[in-house]
Design a binder for this molecule. Structure first.
Ligand code: FAD
Length: 394
């Protein structure tokens, strides 16, 4: 009998996994916490991807949707959701398969604790139990294969030194923006913004905030000499533009933007409507008063979800150990040039449980949609082999 597949998250990778199940004739259910597909992508819908349509749709999506957008244009997150992922979700093969407003709260191996039946066939044969938060209250579901495609965007990292919250950060949590600011309404960002982080999200925010005449940006960057993730001879123009724009801001191209390199956030405290922030800079402490704080210090997936499973995580990245080792071995350079790590790198000691998509990269920020779709290819091939063995009784 085919295993029932539970796909956690209806982002691009979860939807591609759903198509792979439909194509293979496997029973499956997609559990999505939000009331639409692509909820994370929509929350950065105003941001333009730096990869073009040709890289953003999987071959399965293109087979099911022959008129899916193609070409070298780079969509925004909103366009990716409405022009590709909504139509995928509306395909008849996915009808009734996506349970919206259903958050998976925890996963267990039915009847077995984390430390029991280590590496035995008993563990591998036991189904999974999912604890679900639904609009009608708690519920449970069973599955024989679980794909955790829940992404990372709802779990931002702290902005304090060494990745822990800076003193004052937790108390001011509701005054800190941890998603990419939408600068469509300039008044929303009037005054002084403290921007923290140096990755592509922070660089996009810096570029957009710098364009607002009523906004002053104090940009705190940890590295004393950031290279902004420059890729020599970059073939993705959008990514190269960001690097160039960030370097120009660091060189003083915009007098409303100050880039503080080699700088950490030491502490925050409320000062009426504003927040007082102490920065540790190479020249000593610096006090600034800001109206907004935008912390874009990365995201890491929610490992609490699989706490009761036997998942071997990398101590450095939080990604599944084998995948992390492969990624660290090829670290640096262009994420487009990353070799595909293969199905064995996706396996964890917990049989039939896989972390896929952006979450599979842990703290590493080099994940691309293309990689997620390749992961689904690898998994589909591995389980097609299993199905064949089952059908021939070997
Ligand atoms: C600003 C930004 C720009 C990016 N630009 C590019 C780019 O140009 N090119 C590129 O290839 N990649 C890009 N990426 C990286 C990556 O491709 C995206 O993060 C992509 O959305 C990852 O897809 P995913 O399906 O793995 O996860 P997500 O898109 O994060 O989807 C996860 C889904 O799971 C749901 N969910 C979360 N928790 C639960 C739960 N407990 N139970 C049920 N459902 C849950 C969420 O609501 C969401 O719908 C970008 C990322 C960001 C943040």
């Amino acid at each position: 009998m085919q295993r029932h597949v539970a796909i956690l998250g209806a982002g691009p990778v979860g939807l591609d996994a759903a198509l792979a199940c439909a194509d293979a004739g496997r029973p499956f259910t997609v559990y999505e916490a939000a009331d639409t597909v692509a909820a994370h992508v929509r929350s950065w819908g105003h941001v333009r991807l730096f990869t073009p349509w040709d890289l953003n749709a999987s071959h399965r999506m293109r087979t099911h949707l022959p008129h899916a957008p193609t070409g070298e244009d780079c969509p925004t997150g909103a366009e990716l959701a409405t022009r590709l992922l909504d139509p995928v979700a509306a395909l008849p093969v996915l009808a009734g398969r996506i349970r919206f407003r259903t958050r998976v709260a925890a996963i267990a191996r039915t009847g077995l604790l984390k430390h029991e039946q280590i590496g035995t066939p008993v563990r591998a044969a036991a189904p999974f139990t999912l604890l679900l938060d639904t609009p009608d209250g708690e519920d449970t579901a069973e599955a024989g294969l679980v794909l955790d495609c829940t992404g990372t965007y709802s779990h931002p990292n702290a902005l304090g030194p060494g990745g822990i919250p800076a003193p004052g950060e937790r108390a001011l949590a509701d005054r800190i923006t941890r998603t990419l600011p939408d600068t469509g309404d300039p008044d929303r960002w009037a005054g002084t913004v403290l921007l923290v982080g140096a990755g592509k999200s922070a660089q996009s925010a810096a570029r957009d905030l710098a364009a607002l005449p009523g906004t002053r940006v104090e940009w705190a960057v940890r590295s004393p000499a950031p290279d902004w993730g420059a890729v020599p001879g970059d073939t993705l123009p959008g990514r190269q533009h960001l690097v160039d724009a960030s370097a120009a801001l660091a060189d003083g191209a915009n007098d409303r933007v100050t880039v503080h390199t080699g700088t950490r956030v030491h502490a925050l405290r409320p000062l009426g409507e504003q927040v007082g922030v102490t920065l540790t800079t190479p020249d000593g402490p610096l006090e600034i008063l800001c109206d907004h704080i935008v912390a874009l210090t990365g995201y890491t997936g929610d490992s609490a979800l699989y706490r009761q499973l036997q998942v071997h995580e990398c101590y450095a990245t939080g990604a599944p150990m084998n995948l992390s080792a492969a990624l660290l071995a090829s670290a640096g350079g262009d994420c487009l040039a990353q070799p595909s790590a293969g199905i064995d790198s996706l396996r964890t000691p917990e049989p039939h449980f896989f972390i896929m998509g952006a979450k599979s990269y842990g703290r590493l920020n080099t994940f691309l949609l293309r990689t997620g779709y390749e992961q689904i290819d690898q998994l589909a091939a591995a389980y097609a082999e299993e199905a064949m063995l089952l059908s021939t009784g070997s």
